[in-house]
Write a protein that binds this ligand. Structure first.
Ligand SMILES: [Zn+2]
Length: 200
């Protein structure tokens, strides 16, 4: 088991993302993170990537005033230190887009150089929630399987969104299409586990 960088959690974590005074399209509460330096850098990069798709995101620590309030509209991302039983090794994250609020990231499954792939995982899973679906694209950040070459290049160039993904994200953040509800959700599996970053 890879030893994780241990950084003491403090009551005041961090808030990053949408510009000051701007109401974000989506707010995220993070819990369980122990490598705050890496997570903070990944948040900043993820915010930039999502803004490129037209979505502003704001991240909050679990102990922040925002997350201590009852925020029914906020997404919750939980960093899980060990992969739960029943999930295949290499599963990096799970999302529940039809439930609409929860994402889990399995920190022990991430490669040693975590910042860039963690940013892409944040973007991928948040985009699932905004799009309200578990669908994937044939390439880019919403592909289900990133090649080793793509993972290696993430530090130099972010994986792009497809135009369809941008359209779905925009549709998901418009007031008329609430991201928590999918009319066809009952016909589609409710649970979505990722094995990103591995060869197909
Ligand atoms: Zn996915």
């Amino acid at each position: 088991m890879r030893k994780l960088l241990q950084i003491l959690l403090t009551a005041v974590l961090f808030t990053a993302g949408a510009a000051a005074g701007e109401k974000p399209d989506v707010s995220v509460c993070l819990s369980g993170a122990d490598d705050l330096y890496t997570v903070s850098r990944a948040e900043t990069l993820a915010s930039t990537m999502l803004r490129g798709a037209g979505a502003s995101v704001e991240f909050h620590g679990e102990n922040s005033r925002f997350c201590r309030r009852d925020n029914g509209q906020a997404l919750t991302i939980t960093f899980v230190s060990r992969l739960p039983p029943g999930l295949a090794r290499g599963t990096l994250a799970s999302a529940w887009p039809y439930e609409g609020s929860h994402i889990a990231i399995y920190y022990d499954q991430l490669p040693p150089e975590r910042t860039y792939i963690l940013a892409h995982i944040l973007v991928h899973e948040i985009a699932h929630m905004l799009e309200g679906t578990i669908r994937h694209s044939d390439f880019g950040v919403m592909n289900a399987n990133w090649s080793r070459a793509e993972v290696a290049q993430m530090r130099f160039r972010n994986l792009p969104f497809t135009e369809l993904d941008k359209m779905l994200i925009q549709a998901g953040i418009t007031p008329s299409s609430h991201r928590h509800v999918s009319s066809s959700a009952s016909a589609i599996p409710q649970y979505h586990a990722e094995r990103l970053g591995r060869e197909p």
